[in-house]
Design a protein around this ligand. Structure first.
Ligand code: ATP
Ligand code: MG
Ligand code: FE
Length: 345
């Protein structure tokens, strides 16, 4: 079955066609980064307008690149939350129109479940139960999955998300937006042991995260140096910050893996594009006999192919959405917020 998926939850307008949940026939991603850069972050109203402007063309390109016309589609999947409400609405409205017009099933997908399913695009035969570390712009979650679609959050950030910490630290260092990839690059030239920064493990046994203390420590380090008239090596600071954050991410992930008894660990979300995190978590897994899956970077950041894959497994279990589907900006992982379903022809 060919599934067309739409993703418009934040600042990427994306459409993809995936065959049987595994074969990516197209994955068109139009990033609005250049539009938002001058504001130093995503401006919701601007994002919605851009999605509206771009979506038809992106969908057209996704079909053309897949070599298909609309009548070949078996279902349409769309991210309906969490994300920016106005941005989500653009994708949801378009998906509903396509499902209605073609009389095919509509599948509502949780954006975070989408991130997780980037792993199933690469490795369809993964065994359950498994653990996934989601590290993105808005979330840092440890998720236990007993079966497809069964997502239980067993650890989460209590303040900043990992990506948010990257972006804020990049701003105070003066690197620009978005900060994650810029810190990743600069850190390669720095010494991760040069500056001592805190690692927050929280109470004994907790699988939660906290990154606001680390972020504050970076700010104090810069302020102190400025007061003393000293020059801070930005590459060392970037490397030290990145290492402190990754140490905690990796440690807690393997504690959670041991606690839950899984043998497979997945990595997901925009921050999993980080080269140091990919290396650190893969090495730890290899050293302790876990199967580690890390999607290629283009499937880590926001894209519609991951949504098509999550949508495929929902379609298989009959979890289609009604044509009254609405955007749910605060949708939680493991939660469904619509009633009834629309199976189409
Ligand atoms: P969410 O998925 O939580 O709703 P989002 O969709 O905005 O939030 P993603 O697109 O999944 O987030 O990820 C974007 C985040 O990933 C940004 O914070 C960005 O800085 C970060 N990021 C991207 N590439 C890298 C990298 N190489 N190193 C570190 N962080 C990165
Ligand atoms: Mg984005
Ligand atoms: Fe995302």
């Amino acid at each position: 079955v060919f599934i067309l998926a739409l993703e418009t939850s934040c600042d990427e307008t994306s459409a993809s066609v995936v065959a049987d949940g595994t074969e990516v026939l197209s994955n068109i991603i139009s990033s609005q980064i250049d539009v938002h850069r001058k504001f130093g972050g995503v401006v919701p109203e601007v994002a919605s307008r851009k999605h509206l402007e771009l979506l038809n063309q992106v969908v057209g390109e996704a079909l053309t690149a897949a070599g298909l016309t609309l009548d070949a589609l078996g279902a349409v999947a769309v991210t309906y939350g969490p994300g920016l409400v106005g941005a989500l609405l653009v994708g949801v409205s378009a998906a509903k129109a396509i499902a209605y017009g073609l009389n095919i099933p509509l599948v509502g997908v949780n954006h975070l479940e989408g991130h997780i399913y980037a792993n199933f695009l690469c490795e369809p035969g993964l065994d359950f139960p498994l653990l996934c570390l989601i590290v993105s712009g808005g979330h840092t979650d440890l998720v236990y999955m007993a079966k497809h679609g069964d997502c239980r959050v067993i650890g989460r950030t209590r303040d900043d998300a990992a990506g948010e910490a990257f972006d804020k630290v990049a701003r105070v260092i003066g690197l620009g937006y978005p900060g994650g990839p810029l810190i990743d690059r600069l850190a390669r030239e720095g010494n991760p042991k040069a500056i001592s920064l805190p690692r927050a493990y929280l109470e004994e046994g907790s699988l939660d995260f906290s990154f606001s203390g680390l972020k504050s420590a970076v700010i104090y380090t810069l302020q102190r140096a400025e007061q003393r008239g000293e020059e801070i090596n930005k590459a060392d600071l970037a490397a030290s910050f990145q290492e402190a954050l990754i140490d905690v991410l990796v440690d807690k992930t393997f504690t959670a893996a041991q606690d839950t008894g899984v043998s497979t660990i997945l990595l997901a979300g925009g921050v999993s594009a980080n080269s140091r995190l990919r290396l650190a978590i893969t090495e730890r897994a290899a050293g302790s006999n876990y199967r580690m899956v890390v999607p290629p970077p283009v499937l880590c950041t926001d894209n519609a192919a991951m949504v098509a894959c999550a949508g495929y497994y929902k379609l298989l279990r009959g979890a289609t959405a009604p044509l009254t589907l609405n955007a749910v900006p605060d949708l939680k992982l493991g939660e469904e917020r619509y009633e009834g379903n629309f199976k189409g022809k």
